[in-house]
Design a protein around this ligand. Structure first.
Ligand code: XMP
Length: 303
């Protein structure tokens, strides 16, 4: 990217030329990539663009409210409450790849309903360069709206940021005054890949709260990603009782593009504060551990 103002101006013109008088849709996740692509496309075509936010129930704490607030100026914004449908589809699913598949499928179904309803001819996507590289490999089947072009006959797909790295996307987001410009990346399948085994309402509630604590407590370390995962059950003691509670793993990594990562060194006091908040705020959590593994050999997410 040469310079950010000319990139923005150029992309707005390009998107406008590509879409013309037609209708377009974009899946908004609340993250930097899709938000930036949506803001660029909205500048280009206004309400001809319908941004669709599917509330899967697998999102970060407060995410839906934040999306509503940030994109309030877009009259065409659609927020779909699909929380119950996702939980139902995920019931009994334990295999990580199957989980991704179920989430991807349900997401497409929800999105396709809106795309058909508005008669969208174009699909705008916040794909960035590392997404293209990673999905060429077979490390994990990344969930995005990649299955849509097969299901709906779009006239075209518009990917304004397909050649950018994450740090360049953040520059564009800052230029557009988006308040999520510095947000950590969050995986498409959301908290589901931070829960080992079946996704249940109880595990989701633990994961949501724990991720909220970890993000807030580790912000000063400026991690690429800081997260919490529900990884199993272990015995603990709370008050006078032995409990068989959830084990939460905390992870904080540095990275440029997510393809490799280094576990961060976090001071003991901060780790203890995180432990005490997570076990204190969730009566069914008995243990908190810190993950010291780099990528490779681990991946950033747990599934
Ligand atoms: P892993 O866990 O593969 O993650 O080391 C690398 C980066 O990709 C994100 N990630 C995903 N993003 N759909 C996404 O949109 C996915 O299925 C997915 N899985 C992992 C992860 O958060 C990290 O930034």
């Amino acid at each position: 990217m040469v310079d950010v103002d000319s990139f923005v101006a150029e992309k707005i013109t390009e998107i406008g030329d590509a879409i013309g008088d037609a209708n377009a849709v974009i899946a908004l996740s609340g993250g930097v990539d899709s938000s930036t692509a949506a803001a660029l496309a909205y500048e280009a075509v206004g309400d001809q663009l319908t941004p669709v936010y599917v509330d899967t129930g697998l999102m970060r704490k407060g995410e839906t409210g934040q999306v509503r607030e940030t994109f309030d100026y877009m009259d065409s914004l659609r927020i779909v409450d699909a929380r119950e449908r996702f939980l139902e589809e995920l019931s009994g699913v334990t295999d990580p790849e199957e989980k991704r598949h179920v989430i991807g499928e349900q997401f497409i179904r929800e999105f396709e309903t809106v795309a058909r309803d508005v008669g969208a001819d174009y699909l705008v996507q916040g794909t960035i360069y590392p997404d293209r590289i990673e999905s060429e490999g077979t490390i994990k089947s990344h969930h995005n709206v990649g299955g849509l072009p097969e299901r709906i006959d779009f006239e075209g797909i518009v990917e304004p940021m397909r050649d950018l790295y994450k740090d360049e996307v953040r520059e564009v987001a800052r230029e557009l005054d988006l308040d999520m410009s510095e947000r950590m990346p969050f995986p498409g399948p959301g908290l589901a890949v931070r829960i080992l085994g079946e996704v249940t309402e109880e595990k989701l509630a633990v994961a949501r709260e724990a991720n909220h604590v970890v993000e807030a407590e580790l912000v000063e370390y400026e991690p690429w990603q800081a997260l919490a995962a529900v990884i199993g059950k272990a015995t603990g003691v709370k008050g006078d009782n032995r409990v068989h509670g959830w084990v939460v793993a905390v992870r904080s990594v540095e990275s440029r593009d997510g393809m490799t990562a280094r576990a961060q060194e976090i001071d003991w006091e901060t780790l203890q504060r995180i432990q005490s908040r997570i076990t204190g705020e969730n009566e069914n959590v008995s243990r908190v551990v810190y993950d010291v593994t780099h990528k490779p050999p681990a991946t950033i997410e747990y599934e």
